[in-house]
Write a protein that binds this ligand. Structure first.
Ligand code: 6R9
Length: 644
């Protein structure tokens, strides 16, 4: 029996929606999506109001997704200008630096000035509507300014997580054909410096095509400089005017590209457009977090991930909220940092990832209990399934048993939260993302595409579009259709497995494809494999996920060396460093097993199912191995497995 945490009377009363209202609104949203989204489309300020709401086809070979397509707006004006009338002096961004002594507050008036200056500086340096701007910054306010400045002039941003390597950055600059990069001298995380400018130089050396690099001075560290290409951010913005009228943008013009891992090939450029995305990001932010004016809201994600886009920048700012942006890490200077920041800034809503919770659980309860956390009202979780043990600790220790937890399931592709409790409406079951948000129609299908009813487990698909849905893979619409609309025609396939219980609650069980989720970071096993085989001593590699106490999943690599190479500890370390170099520290292999051979079918396909089982220590039932070309390799792999 799962524990159920009922909605308190206080929450049912204070929230926008209680259970009855949820059911009523949900029913209407799926019975009449046009009417529902017409009404809620009005939460955004349009320059030219839309007259059509939804124009969507999921038909094979003709997937096309458009929302509010004849409307025009400006996303930055929605996130800034429209609040100036009555909230100019309200704090838009609370910035908490890596060092606890380093913080600042930026009002909506200041945000407007900064974004206008930067937008003008970008224009002066040649950026035009439709151009792709790569943003490779630490978690500093300039990252938000840069995103909003792009939105202001209709440029398309592509934010690249500061933890990615020069090669990974290069691939993204190249794929987006980006000519303009915004970076910083160095990033600062947990007291350690990250050479962002040097990485950018290396990336550009590799791919070329970049005309200008705007450099924020964050640490003042030494950087290489290329005259004519590199421009100091502070020089460019101080020379620029504070007046920059927002550009009129069509609802379906692109707002951003964000690269994410898939089961095959290189990361995909997920493309989101302007109108529908903003409607969906702001609406989910309001209802899921029950956002009310005056709330101090903190999402601990990095703006390099979609969570940072939708729930640090666009959703909260569109709602005129105060959003906290944290440069550092949860355990610096000590493992009480999160809770100290909650006290310092009187945070009401706190949204983080299970991996952080599990790590802080390990640091013990005392560190948490030394802080007050009285300001906290609501907790959130995102990025991976939260195990009930971590959920219960989060609830009991961090929230002192008084704060509901919204376990929000969604993806880079979905733009915003899709399955989630609403704090005033949904009785909570630890580990379940619970029920669909308004307008979302989840369904479970079996491997043959048969829809499963009632209590069931299968692959999670979404039957109809919603305004925040991605529109295409940048530059490769065919890949978009292939990845998301071919396995189960006429529905969006999420790539996740899921169980629905007797109460209609959804329990995400994890990816069913070759994507793994390491500390909430999404990674394609194919990417790690291609990094490994790029090493001169490696002949072949197969990578799978395995259960990891802190990270959720760890990276397990089976490596076959070239003939004559010695499998040594030193080589293990070398391969680990190599992958870090190729992709970034988040892709660092946890376990490397030397594999004289990999289990393959006679047609040469690696049987990952078997490798996964061995990595999970579940080798007693490996299923059918009769199709293997050489069944003997399996015994060797079991014998020498790393994860005992
Ligand atoms: C927002 C984000 C998406 C994948 C998704 C799923 C996993 C995210 C989850 C969750 C269980 C949750 N995921 N939230 N699984 N419960 N509350 O994380 O986007 O980086 O694209 O990852 O993450 O497997 O498919 P993204």
């Amino acid at each position: 029996m799962t524990d159920v945490f009922p909605v308190s009377d206080e929450w049912a009363k204070r929230a926008y929606v209680d259970d009855a209202k949820y059911r009523e609104m949900y029913e209407r949203s799926v019975a009449d999506p046009e009417g529902f989204w017409k009404e809620h489309g009005k939460r955004v300020d349009w320059i030219k109001p839309f007259t059509t709401v939804k124009n969507v086809s999921y038909a094979p070979g003709n997937v096309s997704i458009k929302w509010y397509e004849d409307g025009t707006l400006n996303v930055s004006a929605n996130c800034i200008d429209r609040h100036l009338k009555d909230k100019a002096d309200k704090v838009a961004i609370i910035w908490e630096g890596d060092e606890p002594t380093d913080d600042k507050k930026i009002t909506y008036r200041e945000l407007h000035e900064q974004v206008c200056r930067l937008a003008n500086a970008m224009k002066a340096n040649g950026v035009k509507k439709g151009d792709r701007v790569t943003i490779y910054l630490p978690m500093i306010p300039e990252a938000a300014y840069a995103m909003l400045a792009c939105a202001r002039i209709g440029a398309v941003h592509s934010v690249v997580f500061g933890g990615f390597s020069p090669d990974a950055l290069a691939g993204r600059i190249e794929d987006a054909a980006s000519t303009f990069v915004i970076t910083a001298d160095e990033g600062l995380r947990g007291g350690r410096k990250i050479p962002l400018k040097a990485n950018t130089d290396k990336a550009i050396e590799k791919v070329g095509g970049v005309d200008k690099v705007l450099v924020v001075k964050r640490t003042g560290g030494n950087v290489g400089w290329k005259d004519g290409r590199d421009v100091w951010y502070h020089d460019a913005v101080s020379a620029a005017s504070t007046d920059c009228p927002p550009e009129e943008i069509s609802a379906e013009d692109p707002l951003f590209i964000l690269y994410t891992s898939g089961s095959t090939g290189k990361p995909k450029g997920v493309l989101h457009t302007s109108g529908g995305y903003l409607v969906y990001a702001s609406m989910t932010h309001q209802y899921v977090f029950d956002y009310k004016d005056g709330d101090i809201y903190w999402c601990t994600a990095d703006v390099g991930w979609v969570t940072g886009h939708s729930y640090i920048v666009y959703g909260p700012l569109a709602n005129g909220a105060t959003t906290l942006m944290f440069e550092g890490v949860p355990n610096y200077p000590d493992a009480a940092r999160f809770w100290k920041v909650c006290d310092k800034h009187q945070v009401n809503t706190f949204y983080t990832a299970p991996t952080a919770i599990r790590a802080l659980m390990g640091a013990g309860e005392d560190l948490v209990k030394q802080t007050s956390r009285k300001s906290l009202r609501l907790l959130g979780s995102v990025g991976e399934p939260i195990n009930p043990e971590a959920w219960l600790w989060y609830h009991r220790v961090v929230g002192d048993g008084r704060c509901p937890i919204v376990d929000t399931w969604w993806q880079t592709e979905t733009g915003g939260i899709m399955i989630t409790p609403l704090p005033g409406a949904t009785p909570l079951k630890p580990g379940s993302a619970s029920r669909p948000f308004f307008g979302i129609r989840p369904a479970l299908v079996d491997a043959d595409g048969k829809t499963l009813e009632g209590k069931a487990e299968g692959n999670l698909v979404i039957l109809d579009s919603w305004p925040g849905q991605m529109r295409t893979v940048y530059g490769d619409h065919e890949r978009f259709e292939q990845t998301y609309f071919s396995a189960y025609p006429n529905t969006y396939f999420t790539g996740d497995g899921c169980r629905r219980d007797e109460d209609g609650y959804y329990w995400i069980t994890g990816r069913v494809d070759d994507v793994i989720n390491v500390s909430g970071h999404r990674m394609g096993t194919a990417e790690v494999e291609s990094a490994l085989v790029a090493h001169p001593k490696v002949a072949e590699a197969a990578v799978v996920g395995y259960p990891h106490d802190l990270k959720g999943q760890g990276i397990y690599c089976y490596v076959t060396l070239n003939a004559g190479e010695e499998p040594t500890e030193a080589l293990r370390k070398e391969l680990r460093d190599w992958v870090r170099q190729e992709i970034g520290p988040i892709a660092s292999p946890d376990l490397i097993q030397w594999a004289p051979g990999l289990p393959k079918t006679r047609s040469g396909k690696i049987m990952r199912r078997i490798l996964r089982k061995i990595a999970e220590n579940e080798f007693s039932n490996l299923g059918d191995t009769s199709t293997l070309a050489d069944p003997g390799v399996v015994d060797d792999l079991i014998e020498n497995r790393q994860n005992r």
